[in-house]
Design a protein around this ligand. Structure first.
Ligand code: HEC
Ligand code: HEC
Length: 234
């Protein structure tokens, strides 16, 4: 019997923390649904492994080595974990920590994602060089609206059901590194997005990411101050 996790889970089934598998059965595929009840308390303990790199607040860093995980959609977090675990997304630094022998099975992945979902986002994140109103910012806005907003949303809010990442609040330097990886074929993503990124000149890519980095994060999603520390860890 072969179990295969499809790239896009069935949005109709609604439940975000649900895994699906297709099992070959004669000629007709049979869908097996594996549902898990998330336990953020267990997720808090598991997150200790993650916090060694991602820090207890999961805010990422301004140099772009680590992404902001706080505020990211749970389906996106789950898909990235599965992709990193399987090697589909190359991340040799994190790979050993998301193997079954280290973090455990699907239930634990569901729990750690549920815990991350409880964390507020950073009040500040790293931004590109061109502030609102400048010509390069305006170019980026135009490019974003023409090429990216259909999936990532008018304000970069992403889409949980469709597995489109929230880009609002993500560090400029991290997004730049990821976009370059996609262009160089080192990160496999939605083919439509890869084509769009490859078609942009270096300058336009920088401008569109600059614009994204200025998309405002709703105040309700942010921690009250940059000094906020995760009380579960401090
Ligand atoms: C040894 C360090 C390390 C550990 C431990 C670690 N990570 Fe990561 N993680 C990284 C790095 C580095 C990246 C960025 C990789 C890249 O640039 O492509 C990353 C990326 C991610 C991403 C992708 C986010 C995005 O928006 O692209 C997710 C989700 C994630 N980590 C979750 C976790 C979770 C959950 C744990 C704990 C089970 C964990 N990580 C443990 C280093 C680590
Ligand atoms: C067809 C839908 C679609 C379009 C259009 C699209 N994206 Fe994406 N984008 C995605 C998906 C899906 C992912 C998650 C990729 C994966 O599978 O790892 C993603 C991921 C990203 C990431 C990495 C986020 C992270 O947390 O790691 C960046 C940065 C990004 N997109 C920027 C852009 C930009 C800039 C544009 C416009 C030029 C764009 N995208 C257009 C669907 C799209």
């Amino acid at each position: 019997m072969t179990l295969k996790l499809p790239r896009r889970f069935n949005a109709l089934c609604g439940l975000m923390l649900t895994l699906f598998a297709c099992v070959a059965h004669g000629t007709e595929p049979v869908k097996v649904v594996l549902a898990f009840e998330p336990d953020p308390t267990n997720g808090r303990y598991l997150f200790e492994i993650c916090a060694r790199c991602h820090l207890p607040e999961a805010w990422g860093d301004t140099e772009g080595n680590y992404p902001q995980l706080a505020g990211q959609h749970i389906n996106v977090l789950m898909q990235q974990l599965l992709d990193i675990r399987s090697g589909r997304r190359d991340n040799p630094t994190m790979w050993p920590f998301v193997q079954e022998r280290t973090i455990g099975g699907y239930q634990n992945l569901v729990d750690v994602v549920a815990y991350i979902a409880t964390l507020p986002m950073a009040p500040h994140h790293s931004r590109g060089p061109w502030a609102e109103g400048s010509p390069a910012y305006e170019d980026g806005k135009r490019l974003y609206e023409a090429n990216c907003s259909a999936c990532h949303g008018a304000t970069g809010e992403g889409n949980n059901a469709a597995y489109y990442p929230r880009l609002q609040g993500q560090h400029f330097s991290y997004m730049k590194r990821q976009a370059i990886r996609v262009r160089e074929g080192l990160r496999t993503v939605d083919p439509a997005m890869a084509t769009l990124l490859k078609a942009l000149s270096d300058e336009d890519l920088e401008r569109v990411l600059n614009y994204i980095s200025y998309l405002p994060v709703p105040a309700k999603d942010q921690a009250p101050s940059p000094d906020w520390r995760n009380p579960d860890f401090h």
